[in-house]
Design a protein around this ligand. Structure first.
Ligand code: NAD
Ligand code: DAU
Length: 330
């Protein structure tokens, strides 16, 4: 396949490009990424069968130009951080909603297949003791400007499938962890804090639960959807990885040689979702896919090692990220 991967220089996109090129030697990839604060050209440096076009999905002419010659588009590009969406919601609506419409219009024009990457956050949050996880039938109930913009984008995809017959699928995945994640996010922030002698900073009471999946497992599922996914279908992706933020911090402290309770509680995120949990059984069955990283502690340990060995990936961003968090009391 010849793929156009939007956002391919960010966290999940970079891992997708690297994994796909290594496991599918016949594939070629064109990456469209504006190289915003979370995207780095160096992530893709030296990769064969991969070309990076630096540009914005809000540039409709550019999107159309690139879409013309590909077999499929995998659409990762987005503003992805909840905390930032509370500071600058407009940008999230522009990129995540309007940008997705540009991709859809290009797919309509050139009859290109689309896979749209979405999030479990579109379903809002669950009570800590709710026995019913998110399924395909869960109502959309987003909480933050970020998750609302992703929910709106999903609705656009559905409308373009129904009204214009665009061949598009959607996946809603849970929290990813792995290499190349920006230091603004929870796990990389805690790991790099520890390297710099700063205690992990946990929002609120730390009881909030996230459902962790290794980024390689997410990306294997995305490729399976490209191969066998149905038009108009939604795939929920998760790895039964529910852990409270405090459980993650304690594990990380132990792995890095600190007292488990050596962390700091800081002010909470506005509208902070309590719990996400994905019921992915239908996707396991329909895609013939199951996550390979079943031991979170082992996965986390390998991520700690990756950040230790790749200071060039995060050091330049760290001070500015922390200065912004400090202004927010975090
Ligand atoms: P990221 O912020 O690390 O990467 C996003 C990439 O998109 C960056 O390289 C950025 O430069 C690029 N980008 C942003 N705006 C752009 C624009 N207007 N034009 C072109 N490129 C642009 O995010 P991520 O964590 O890799 O998330 C990728 C996708 O996966 C997003 O759609 C996100 O909503 C979704 N998702 C993320 C997670 C997670 O846990 N990180 C889970 C589920 C779904
Ligand atoms: O569920 C999928 C979503 O996961 C994706 O759609 C988003 O793009 C991705 O950013 C992620 O969203 P979260 O808001 O869950 O991730 P974040 O890493 O920002 O935070 C994870 C949890 O940790 C959350 O409960 C907030 C908390 N947190 C975060 C930071 C940065 C802390 O306690 N301390 C921190 O310093």
């Amino acid at each position: 396949m010849k793929l156009l991967v939007t956002g391919g220089a960010g966290f999940i996109g970079t891992n997708f490009v690297r994994q796909t090129l290594s496991e599918h030697p016949q594939d070629e990839i064109l990456v469209l990424d504006k190289l915003g604060y979370a995207g780095k050209a160096e992530n893709l440096a030296g990769l064969e069968r991969c070309r990076l076009v630096v540009g914005d999905i809000l540039d409709k002419d550019l999107v159309f130009d690139l879409a013309k010659d590909v077999d499929a588009i995998v659409h990762f590009a987005a503003e992805s951080h909840n905390d930032n969406s509370l500071l600058n919601p407009d940008l999230f609506v522009q990129t995540n909603v309007v940008g997705t419409v540009h991709i859809l219009e290009a797919c309509r024009e050139y009859k290109v297949r689309l896979h749209h990457i979405s999030t479990d956050e579109v379903f809002g949050d669950l009570a800590l003791d709710d026995p019913q996880k998110f399924t395909r039938l869960s109502p959309y109930k987003p909480s933050s400007p970020y998750s609302a913009s992703k929910a709106a984008a999903d609705m656009m995809v559905r409308a373009w499938v129904r009204s214009f017959g665009v061949f598009a699928s959607i996946s809603n995945c849970s929290n990813n962890y792995g290499p190349y994640q920006h230091v603004e996010k929870f796990i990389p922030r805690m790991i790099t804090n520890r390297f710099l002698g700063v205690r992990p900073r946990v929002y609120g009471t730390g009881q909030n639960v996230r459902d962790w999946i290794h980024v390689d497992d997410h990306n294997h599922a995305v490729y399976k959807i490209l191969e066998t996914g149905k038009p108009g279908e939604t795939y929920l992706l998760g790895a039964n990885g529910e852990l409270s933020n405090l459980e993650v911090v304690r594990m990380l402290n132990k792995l890095m040689g600190y007292e488990e309770d050596d962390y700091e509680l800081v002010s909470d995120r506005a509208g902070h979702d309590r719990r996400y949990a994905i019921d992915a059984r239908e996707s396991y069955r329909e895609l013939d896919w199951t996550p390979e990283y079943t031991n979170f502690e082992l996965g986390l340990s390998s991520v700690i090692t990756w950040y230790k060995n790749h200071p060039e990936f995060w050091e330049a961003d760290k001070a500015q990220v922390e200065a912004q968090y400090k202004m927010q009391g975090k």
